[in-house]
Ligand binder design. Structure first.
Ligand code: SRM
Ligand code: SF4
Length: 521
């Protein structure tokens, strides 16, 4: 086995699965010099492994469902976008007509659809000019760094997470140029920084949670959150506290330990959490200390408050300014939507938008004098400030329109279900319903009060063959009494799902049938 670069000596002597062999033979970042050539050749002529694997290091995902029309995943640390960036994304998506669209992802990020390989070099250039990036956003790389969506405007914030999410992104990606130190990890790596007591991010591989020690603000460190087909669990405390200027070095230390020692043969066992469990958190802490130096014990970083709902208009910490939480049904936007949102952010706010992990948006910097005009804008019919309780908490992964792992059409079904159930039921509060099209759990099913994981089941009522179905989990929670959901029922055929959900919502979540079904607009 030829190992491509001296930096990859950590692979020497290890048993490598097929994917690892391909990564070792040629690093994903190495296709960077070939993008112009690929664009000219066309996808049919590009080496299959470069096309289907290595292009992901540049955010470009081959879609077997739509051959030749790629998905392009950006990196948007902390989910902060300005109106110019939104317009650039709109114009990229817009050129692909019906094929072009954009999804807000469960990592506070955007993915563009319909992208042609011939356009990639020019698109990357335009994104870079706008201060956006796609580098190492997929596969065995450090993913988009998430933070408090209200960073810098949050009346309840402990620290503004933006400088830290940006610093971490720059560290992990070598200022967006691509970082060979972390371009060949055993699997993906998720980083997050909390900024307020209710920022719940324990599903990430590393979480920095703000807490003071001896009057100095720093971060408690939590490790090993995972949602996957193999296991679902929240992060464990490392019992370590670091100063803000140490977060990158600590992340680098931990990443290097896992990169060098993690599983490279049995791919499902390659995730950081499996490595952490195999070593044990205490022993791992000792390994970190050996490389990093002494660690201060965590003075008590805990996730104290239940996550807030962002919907509606709320005061910012800046007097006279407000933010507006708007619902984007299952996070899907087209070019016109993006243009309209960019215009609204300029007309009413400071020209900035935030993306949330729940696949919604927050408009920032609305002055009191603009609120009436804003509330009368027809845009709010598309992206309401007060969606129904079920729509409000609905999160969905991509599903079978574009994802070849998907066993179900999550986004369309999630949207239709929320619409119908909100029309029939009144709930006392917003409820988290997380839909995911397969056990990979991109839609974070086990974090939801109700989690729906796509599967196949026998057709009901003696029908022929297999049909789309869902495994249903319950009682996933974020906040102080956090817990991962537990499986409640397996294989509910799609045609029976609505009745099952309706009954559960009434019995367990205090839903009341409306006397007259609500007329949804
Ligand atoms: Fe994911 C793979 C979509 C967040 C766990 N994920 C995929 C792929 C790339 C599979 C593929 O090639 O088709 C999906 C692309 C479909 C498409 O065309 O859009 C995909 N994942 C997504 C997104 C878009 C879901 C969404 O609709 O929001 C999210 C993109 C985030 C981003 O911007 O970077 C997304 N994926 C997640 C999350 C949630 C999170 O990060 O908080 C998880 C669970 C958390 C975790 O990783 O622990 C997640 N995705 C996976 C896995 C399972 C990993 C595992 O260890 O088993 C896979 C499969 C894999 O990696 O082999 C996967
Ligand atoms: Fe695709 Fe499965 Fe992820 Fe949904 S959960 S986007 S179906 S890989």
């Amino acid at each position: 086995m030829v190992i491509s670069s001296p930096a990859k000596q950590f692979l020497q002597g290890k048993k490598l699965n097929k994917i690892e062999q391909n990564k070792a033979f040629k690093d994903g970042l190495d296709v960077g010099d070939e993008l112009e050539n690929f664009a000219q050749l066309g996808w049919e002529q590009v080496d299959k492994t470069d096309l289907e694997l290595r292009l992901k290091w540049y955010g470009m995902f081959w879609r077997p469902k739509t051959p030749g029309k790629f998905m392009l995943r950006l990196r948007i640390p902390n989910g902060v976008l300005n109106s110019h960036q939104i317009k650039v994304v709109a114009s990229i998506v817009g050129r692909y007509g019906e094929d072009g669209s954009c999804d807000i992802t469960t990592r506070q990020n955007l993915q563009l659809r319909g992208v042609l390989l011939s356009d990639l070099p020019e698109i990357l250039k335009r994104l870079e000019e706008a201060g956006l990036n796609t580098i190492q956003s997929g596969f065995d790389n450090p993913r988009n760094v998430t933070g408090n969506p209200l960073a810098g405007i949050d009346p309840l914030e402990i620290v503004d997470t933006r400088p830290y999410t940006t610093e971490l992104q720059n560290f992990l990606t070598n200022q967006g140029k691509g970082n060979h130190e972390f371009s060949n990890l055993p699997r993906k790596w998720n980083t997050a920084v909390a900024g307020a007591r209710d920022n719940f991010l324990l599903h990430n591989d590393i979480i920095f949670h703000p807490v003071e020690h001896d009057g100095v603000m720093g971060f408690g460190v939590w490790l090993g959150g995972i949602l996957s087909s193999q296991m679902n669990d929240y992060a464990l405390p490392l019992n370590a506290w670091v100063k803000p200027n140490e977060i990158c070095r600590l992340t680098g230390t931990i990443l290097t330990l896992w990169r060098d020692n993690g599983e490279r043969n049995n791919r499902p066992k390659g995730r950081f959490r499996m490595y952490l469990d195999s070593v044990g958190i205490e022993a791992f802490r000792t390994m970190v200390v050996e490389k990093f130096g002494p660690l201060t014990p965590d003075p008590g970083s805990v996730f104290e408050d239940k996550p807030r709902s962002f919907y509606g208009i709320h005061p910012q910490k800046q007097t006279g300014l407000h933010y507006a939480g708007m619902h984007v049904p299952v996070g899907r936007l087209n070019a016109e939507d993006l243009q309209d949102l960019a215009s609204a952010s300029l007309n009413y706010g400071s020209g900035e938008i935030r993306l949330t992990e729940d696949q919604n948006i927050i408009l920032v910097g609305l002055s009191t004098t603009n609120l009436d005009k804003f509330q009368a804008d027809p845009l709010l019919q598309r992206f309401p400030l007060e969606p129904g309780s079920i729509a409000a908490g609905t999160v969905s992964c991509t599903g079978n329109t574009y994802c070849s792992f998907a066993l179900t059409n999550t986004k369309d079904q999630a949207m239709a279900m929320a619409h119908e159930l909100d029309a029939e039921l009144i709930l006392p509060e917003e409820i988290k319903v997380h839909w995911t099209g397969c056990p990979n759990s991109c839609g974070q099913a086990y974090m939801g009060a109700i989690g729906l994981t796509g599967t196949k089941a026998r057709a009901p009522n003696g029908g022929q063959g297999m049909v789309e179905a869902y495994d249903l989990s319950l009682e996933g929670r974020q906040g102080p009494d956090a817990q991962i959901g537990t499986l409640h029922r397996k294989g509910i055929p799609g045609s029976e799902l609505k009745d099952v959900l309706r009954e559960l919502l009434i019995e367990r979540f205090g839903a009341q049938p409306r006397s007259q079904p609500k007329q949804n607009s």
